[in-house]
Design a protein around this ligand. Structure first.
Ligand code: MV4
Length: 527
């Protein structure tokens, strides 16, 4: 195995630097990958391994001691242990992963999502080790990892931004003046933040100092970087993100949008493609803005540009995620493309095999995330063993998961069991398919978010397409999952009525039966 390492060309640092100086584009790596190491675990590791295998690429899995018997380990051609269960001692150890690649003779690393996927130092170290990083250039990760730098880069390419400050705030009285100019409510955001961490809403002038101090101290303790900036607060936005793909020859296209407004505490629960509110004109405009945002940081490979859309249908760039995202399958279903295959081809130096005008939306796809969490108990993780685990099947139903019946969901990692993606000809048909598939999904042993996802699918606000990022907060109460016939609470009764179909199915009335459909399944078998 050590021998194959010799076949990897030496690190092309000098060439890279030269080309940087000439055209600001990194080296075109025309290099076929023979062996790929996947620096991740769970469903995404399997997802990436599958595409690699299909392309005839040898595969290497890395695993922590907790994942010795995990599916990604069994599925890969080779595997290598990288340390104890905590991710800080295994999946986050850059040097161990690069050493694993060298030891197995891998010539490329795919980071998946989470873990090291948006770590610019890791990307650079992979390149410096003479390996291909299946992702964007480190410089693009660096720019987009800093929200202020990201906004300034995007602004140069005329991407619309939320009105706000373009530099980190140091002087509080000065910042307060700016907030007044912008107009309350304003939002204080951490420059190093993302995913909602370190954000503070300020409604009035009098609150400014207090919220400012909180934001800075939160940002300092969470990111080791206290720089913050201010934006006008968009009160009930929709979260719409565009998938982009760029090659190393300067071609960038977008693969349309994903609607991600159904979130809970910045955790996405349901995503769909396309969004039900974009007009073709707005889609074109936002798509062009997304491509420009990518261009502004010299991006290539797969990435996602996040926008918020206000009630007047104005859109604003928020940030860019420089990785393959959890919800990428909805885009794959409506475009018919394999994003991981394309990521690999791009890293190999190939040109994009299509132009923007070749791309079309086919039907509608919805993804529901199945977490081992208890929606009746504030979505607390409910780790345990999957006593029963049966996936739904059928035309247009895709399940990306990393478990089999009898396996345990580990306390060390994210409690996502699976993503279920339903694809149909229209949004209505995709919703119906999703509900049927949820009902067919059989999980016992842990509580899951399946019942919650059915609640969303059946809710009039979701069905009408008129909802925003406050949907869960506004419409969901855990009581809906237990019993519809509660007390005289007006709002509760109204919403319970909205969820009638849902309530009728929950005969015994506890979430366990809802999410697992255990009782229903038993009945079916008795009959
Ligand atoms: C905002 C916003 C309103 N106004 N910025 C949340 C995560 C991070 N990506 C940025 N976020 C927001 N930025 C302005 N100027 C509202 C949010 C926001 C949000 C955005 C997308 C999806 C869900 C959200 C939930 C709460 C707040």
């Amino acid at each position: 195995m050590g021998m194959s390492m010799n076949s990897i060309p030496p690190s092309p640092n000098s060439a890279r630097i030269m080309i940087y100086c000439v055209g600001l584009r990194p080296l075109m790596n025309h290099r076929k990958i023979k062996k790929l190491l996947v620096a991740n675990r769970g469903e995404i590791a399997l997802r990436v391994l599958r595409s690699a295998k299909e392309m005839g690429i040898q595969t290497v899995a890395v695993y922590s001691e907790a994942d010795r018997h995990a599916l990604h380990v069994r599925f890969a051609d080779e595997s290598i242990c990288i340390g104890p269960p905590p991710s800080a001692e295994s999946y986050l150890r850059r040097e161990k992963i690069i050493a694993a690649a060298k030891a197995t003779g891998a010539d490329a690393i795919h980071p998946g999502y989470g873990f090291l996927s948006e770590n610019e130092d890791f990307a650079q170290e992979v390149i410096d080790a003479g390996l291909l990083f299946i992702g964007p250039p480190p410089e693009a990760i660096r720019i987009m990892g800093n929200k202020i730098a990201a906004k300034n880069a995007a602004a140069k390419f005329k991407v619309p931004l939320v009105p706000g400050t373009s530099e980190p705030i140091t002087d509080i009285p000065e910042a307060k003046k700016l907030a007044k100019q912008i107009g309350y409510p304003v939002l204080i955001k951490a420059s190093a933040g993302g995913g909602g961490k370190g954000m503070r809403v300020v409604n009035r002038d009098e609150e400014f100092e207090e919220q400012m101090e909180r934001a800075v101290s939160e940002a300092t303790s969470a990111f080791g970087d206290g720089s913050v900036f201010i934006e006008k607060y968009v009160t009930q936005p929709r979260h719409i993100e565009f998938q982009i793909l760029g090659d190393q020859h300067g071609n960038i296209v977008h693969l349309f949008e994903r609607e991600c407004s159904i979130q809970r505490r910045h955790q996405k629960v349901i995503e769909e493609a396309p969004s039900s509110i974009l007009t073709p004109e707005l889609r074109t405009q936002m798509g062009e803005a997304a491509v420009n945002a990518a261009r502004s940081c010299g991006y290539f490979n797969a990435g996602t540009v996040e926008f918020i859309l206000d009630e007047k249908m104005n859109f604003y760039f928020l940030e860019m995620n420089t990785r393959l995202q959890v919800e990428h399958p909805v885009t794959e279903q409506i475009t018919g493309l394999d994003l991981v295959r394309l990521q690999i081809q791009i890293a190999e130096g190939e040109k994009l095999p299509f132009a923007q005008t070749d791309l079309h939306i086919n039907g509608h796809a919805i993804e529901v995330r199945v977490y081992a969490e208890d929606p009746a108990n504030n979505f607390l993780p409910d780790i345990g063993t999957l006593k029963t685990y049966r996936r739904p099947q059928g035309h247009g139903i895709r399940v990306d998961d990393g478990f089999e019946e009898g396996m345990a969901i580990s306390f060390f990692y994210d409690p996502m069991i699976a993503k279920m993606i339903c694809h149909a000809g229209s949004r209505e048909a995709a919703i119906e398919k999703t509900i049927r598939a949820i009902n067919d999904y059989q999980i016992t042993g842990v509580e899951t978010t399946l019942g919650f996802c059915r609640f969303v699918m059946e809710h009039p606000a979701f069905r009408s397409g008129k909802f925003d990022t406050k949907f869960v907060e506004q419409h969901f109460k855990p009581e809906f999952l237990k019993s519809a016939a509660n007390d005289g609470d007006q709002e509760l009764v109204a919403a319970a009525l909205a969820a009638t179909a849902f309530a009728e199915r929950t005969t015994a009335g506890t979430l366990n039966e809802v999410s697992s459909t255990r009782s229903k399944w038993k009945q079916n078998r008795i009959k």
